[in-house]
Ligand binder design. Sequence first.
Ligand code: HEM
Length: 251
Amino acid sequence: MLRWCPKIVAVRIALVWLALSMVVGASEAANPAAVVPDNPMCPVMLGSAVDPEFWLDYNGKRIWFCCDNCRARFIANPDFFMPNVEDEAYQTAGTTGSGEPAGFVGSLIGLAGRWHPVAVHFPIALALAALLAEIMTIMTGARTFLPVSRFLLWTAVAGALLAAPFGWAAAHGAGYSEVVQQTVFRHRWLGTGGGAILLIALLAREVAEKPKDRKFAWGLYRLSLFVGAVAIALAGYFGGVLVYGPDHFRF
Ligand code: HEM
């Protein structure tokens, strides 16, 4: 009859554990994926920690990425992304890739920043659609498009009022390299300024609905709608540069 001796069982388990650890340890030593990456933060998807599985040798240096997609984007624009590999402030900022304060407020800012890519599409599309509806009004003289452009402008402003603060949160404390900082600067002020100009357009439009001062208000509305929509579209372009690199529209 088979007898269970707890001591023997414990020794056997320990031996199996030891053998498994040695096998895993040996395979990790032979596997380059176990190497600690020189750049802990992805140079393309700023703020993402690298995955040791995705790397590339460039100019005699091994560079790691968070995913295969980022590796492909790097190959398309190495000069643009290389400063992020060499930027020590960014690389040592930690796994969040930003100098966000720790704790509840820091987590809240981080979360708000991650909502930025979700929110941005609304102001871009809605402001351009409002502008199109206004152009249709001017060209056709038909009143049909008047409520359309008014509604679209309201929703575009609401979208911009969400997207812009989320954008500030996304950029908060991030240690961008100098090259990227220029793009962040253009993007930030086109986005913030464009949102503010759209708000002026909305206020002017609402004043224009009243019987007094209509001419001036209509003029201001149309001008600021045009400038605001173009600024928001350009902010979208520079947002794309931030994420996909400067040649992201190349055929
Ligand atoms: C309404 C105004 C804005 C629009 C329409 C806009 C649009 C965009 C777009 C289209 C992207 C690329 C998203 C992607 O494809 O993943 C982006 C990324 C980004 N934007 Fe904005 N943006 C606006 C305001 C701002 C502001 C005020 C800031 C502050 C600096 C900002 C900071 C960023 C950052 C840091 C990114 C990089 C990706 C990320 O971490 O989310 N944005 N933006």
